[in-house]
Design a protein around this ligand. Sequence first.
Ligand SMILES: Cc1cc2nc3c(=O)[nH]c(=O)nc-3n(C[C@H](O)[C@H](O)[C@H](O)COP(=O)(O)OP(=O)(O)OC[C@H]3O[C@@H](n4cnc5c(N)ncnc54)[C@H](O)[C@@H]3O)c2cc1C
Length: 515
Amino acid sequence: MSGEPPVFDLFIIGGGINGCGIARDAAGRGLSVLLAEQGDFASATSQWSTKLIHGGLRYLEYYEFRLVAESLREREVLLHAAPHLIQPLEFILPHEPHLRPRWMIAAGMLLYDMLGGKKSLPKSKSVLLADSPLSAGLKPGYTHGFSYYDARADDARLTLANALGAAELGAVLAPRTRFIGAQLQRATPSPNGPEDVWKVILEEAGGKRQEHLARVIVNAAGPWVTHSLRGIAGVTQKAGVKHVRGSHIVVPRLHEGAHAYILQNPDKRIIFIIPYQGAYSLIGTTDIPVDEYVNPRISEDEIAYLCKAASAYTARPVVPADVVWTYSGVRPLYDDGGADASAITRDYVLELNQSAGAPLLNIFGGKLTTYRRLAEHALDKLQACFPRMGQPWTHAKPLPGGDFSGGLDALGAELARTHPYVPPEHLMGMARRHGSGAVKLLAHACGITDLGEYFGAGLYSCEISHMVTDEWAVTAEDVLWRRSKCGLMMSGPERDRVAAYLAEQAARIAESKGA
Ligand SMILES: Cc1cc2nc3c(=O)[nH]c(=O)nc-3n(C[C@H](O)[C@H](O)[C@H](O)COP(=O)(O)OP(=O)(O)OC[C@H]3O[C@@H](n4cnc5c(N)ncnc54)[C@H](O)[C@@H]3O)c2cc1C
């Protein structure tokens, strides 16, 4: 035996939705996978989306029929794969004189319905808005509108579910580990005989370096996709990425009812007002081209723009002082040379680059909605490298936690029956986050004290421990803003207590390791 480390089939840069989706799919087809994520899973674009699993009604205006059709088919697949993380959402489009004529919008909606093929969501329809709950919170005077369905998702947990699924299938996942660079290592011994493989250098958060060997590199670094390439010796690369910042604001709930609004502004951009985390409304988004990926933050102009755009429709004006939380992400869009940020393709481009001698697959663009098909297309591209790889399988298998029937409300009701001592809204929160995993989380609980310390917003120490031991959580941000959104509902002191608790746990673990 030589002293060489094992050769992974795939090394993936990036633990966003695309990297984690590819890792899960590949591991399930029998490939050996190593994934490095420089921060936490979903710590970049994949937690800052509008959280929609949607075809993208407005992409029809840009004739992106392939993307819309694929997205609508994916919406159906994902609703079944992760019913705890993805739920149907009705959208109301109030009609206004500056919009296209009603007959034309109705035709667009019909096309949207048809492109999705057979599906379980209700069809789009015209609705009367005068004195209707469907115009709740809007200025009086709207008489006509349209209703159609898409879905909402917990983007960060959807990414995490893919990471968990990949790990269950044997993938090696390394969060807080940065890809530094790679170079070709010729004639490396392997069970298949000598082969040219990548030597990959990684750096852990503490600065320790690791070396690994891999047959193929998949560059799923999102906004850093071209930056990562700089560390790969011998690669020539033409295509680029355009960075487009999108920001959201969260304000106290603007309207009653479960539906969201899709609103078109006179500048032709659309914004959504989406019921969010019970007590809030999520409003977004903007489209601001930016030169480099610098920690994205909303500007005052963006806040003013979103407030103005929403207030044009809402009965109660939205003002900057209402804003309780904001977030911004950077879309890593394939650079097709166009100037209009809203019009750059949202479709993904996969580029297999062999210029350095071993395969490198670069992932440009994409949507949360299409990650699963993107992963299948990525593995199609690598078929020649792995001729014995298994067949596509992810369309038919639920994501971790998604293996329950009867819907989320039934799961919540079952938890309330078996654990009547826990407030039902807390159980529902756990069901939303963990799906069938909530049953396992509470399996040993017989009374409220078995859930451990209570931190507020439905979060108990038993769930935090689960996030730390089984979901790679380390910091309060990992727990409060990615694996849950409890941070939004908590007071400052409550959030501080979570951070202190995590520090106490980390110290206890370090002490037990040292002992
Ligand atoms: C404002 C906004 C709204 C959106 N809304 C929607 C929506 O409603 N629906 C929808 O379908 N899509 C939406 N999208 C698009 C969607 O969010 C993105 O397409 C998707 O999240 C991109 O995922 P990704 O994995 O490619 O990138 P990312 O999530 O950015 O993941 C890339 C990862 O690579 C890691 N990384 C980078 N360099 C290194 C390195 N050297 N070493 C190790 N790790 C590294 C990063 O830390 C990061 O976690 C939206 C995007 C934005 C910005």
